[in-house]
Write a protein that binds this ligand. Structure first.
Ligand code: B12
Ligand code: SF4
Ligand code: SF4
Length: 366
């Protein structure tokens, strides 16, 4: 393929066409300068402590400068999006004995699923431009990039007040991935769109993690608490976590743009490919070994919480149900689980259920 302005244009077009043929729902190009965009907001977020204990975000700038030293001639970023929602539209009724999983985690791990197809896109580009071989780096959450900012600047969507990137005709239930390259491609224009006067997500967030439009306090976000936090959950936040045991979708479920949001056609993201949309709390509370956990959840996003995190979350959900059916099993967990963190949350759950039987078990143990 020849270079020059028309060559770049042609290359950009064939890359985009190939990305869509590979199953990505949308693709856009950002110039390398997009890597530096919205950095003051990120700096402010980190320095105000809103990142909580997300160490990979605290080290963001250090990691990004290392990336740029190793790859100083980045010229373009190819950004792809793919919907992951496989719900039937409305929330299907769920028995109260299960814990809820956020949509993004119903199927297989998205990092791997997306990387497989990004790898094919990379090979395609290499075949188009054999000499000199271009530099290409694939990333799905694996590099210090603000993927939503890159997607915003490549015209894929706009920032919602819930901080998610939204596509006006597709909603926000989609993943992002990127290819950094030294090829000169034709950048897209950002789209001009916003939330208007709507504030539904800010009102609906049960923990008030959305402290103001476009600002999320990770320390209060159920997604962070159930997935990233490796320690005890603040007892004041536990009742607000409801029955979410992995992630949270509330600020997206209420969003008008998701009423007619796009559904996924990737089999990997369907509930039958992974853990599904709900898990019986009993199954989790009885999971006492890392081997059993691995057997059940290998290859799914739930591995990130590890056994201890997920059983901790199940104990909180059981407590929040206030259903006495959980008393015997929480009592067993309190006696038998090897993790002090899990035992501590099981004790809290018994106290929250609060019947005479629950309090008796607690006083026997204490
Ligand atoms: C850290 C992180 C988290 C953290 C923090 C979330 C957050 N809002 O930052 C936690 C663990 C809480 C989290 C949760 C979720 N995450 Co997450 N997460 C990331 C990660 C790794 C970095 C995000 C980041 O840069 N945060 C930094 C802060 C400062 O960004 P921010 O809060 O969005 O603030 C920006 C905007 O508000 C904007 N801004 C500020 N002021 C203003 C003013 C105006 C007018 C405008 C327009 C914009 C604007 O600038 C800020 C800086 O960029 C990305 C992957 C990646 N490498 O990019 C995935 C990613 C953002 N997560 C993703 C997903 C799917 C989720 C969940 C939906 C999962 C779930 N169901 O539980 C939730 C959504 C929660 C939410 N409301 O955002 C997707 C989002 C896709 C999309 N359509 O937006 C990403 C892109 C992963 C991926 N590859 O697909 N996540
Ligand atoms: S994901 Fe849940 S807890 Fe986090 S900001 Fe949205 S509604 Fe709030
Ligand atoms: S719920 Fe309303 S304010 Fe929140 S992201 Fe959606 S459109 Fe924007």
């Amino acid at each position: 393929m020849n270079c020059g302005e028309s060559g770049s244009n042609l290359l950009t077009q064939v890359i985009k066409k190939r990305a869509l043929a590979l199953g990505f729902q949308a693709v856009g190009i950002a110039a390398a300068s997009a890597l530096q965009a919205r950095q003051p907001e990120l700096t402010q977020w980190i320095s105000s402590g809103l990142a909580g204990r997300l160490q990979y975000m605290e080290a963001f700038f250090e990691r990004q400068s290392r990336l740029q030293k190793g790859f100083p001639d980045i010229k373009s970023v190819i950004v792809v999006a793919v919907p992951y929602d496989s719900s039937p539209g409305v929330n299907p009724p769920r028995p109260p004995s299960t814990g809820r999983i956020a949509r993004y985690a119903w199927g297989r791990d998205y990092h791997r699923a997306m990387d497989k197809r990004l790898k094919k896109l990379e090979s395609f580009i290499r075949a188009q431009v054999p000499d000199p071989p271009p530099r290409i780096l694939r990333s799905v959450d694996t590099s210090p990039l603000q993927e939503r900012v890159l997607a915003e600047l490549s015209g894929l969507g706009f920032f919602g007040k819930n901080t998610c990137l939204i596509r006006p005709n597709g909603g926000s239930f989609f993943f992002l991935g990127a290819l950094l390259t030294n090829l000169e491609l034709v950048p897209d224009e950002p789209i001009r769109w916003d939330c208007g006067a709507c504030t539904l997500c800010l009102e609906a967030c049960p923990t008030q993690a959305l402290t103001r439009p476009y600002e999320l306090d990770a320390r209060r976000c159920i997604s962070y608490l159930t997935i990233e936090l490796k320690e005890a959950v603040d007892p004041e936040l536990r009742p607000l976590m409801q029955d979410w045991i992995f992630g949270c979708d509330i600020c997206q479920e209420v969003c008008p743009y998701n009423r007619k949001g796009l559904k996924t056609d990737w089999e990997e993201f369907g509930p039958e490919s992974g853990a599904g949309d709900q898990i019986p709390l009993k199954e989790l509370l009885e999971c006492r070994s890392d081997e059993d956990f691995l057997k059940r959840f290998a290859g799914t996003p739930l591995m990130r919480a590890k056994r201890v995190g997920l059983v901790r979350n199940a104990a909180v959900a059981a407590g929040n149900s206030r259903d006495p059916q959980w008393i015997p099993i929480l009592g067993e967990t309190l006696l038998k689980d090897s993790s002090p963190l899990v035992r501590q949350h099981a004790a809290w759950a018994l106290e929250r259920i609060g019947t005479a039987e629950a309090m008796q078990i607690l006083s026997n143990v204490r």
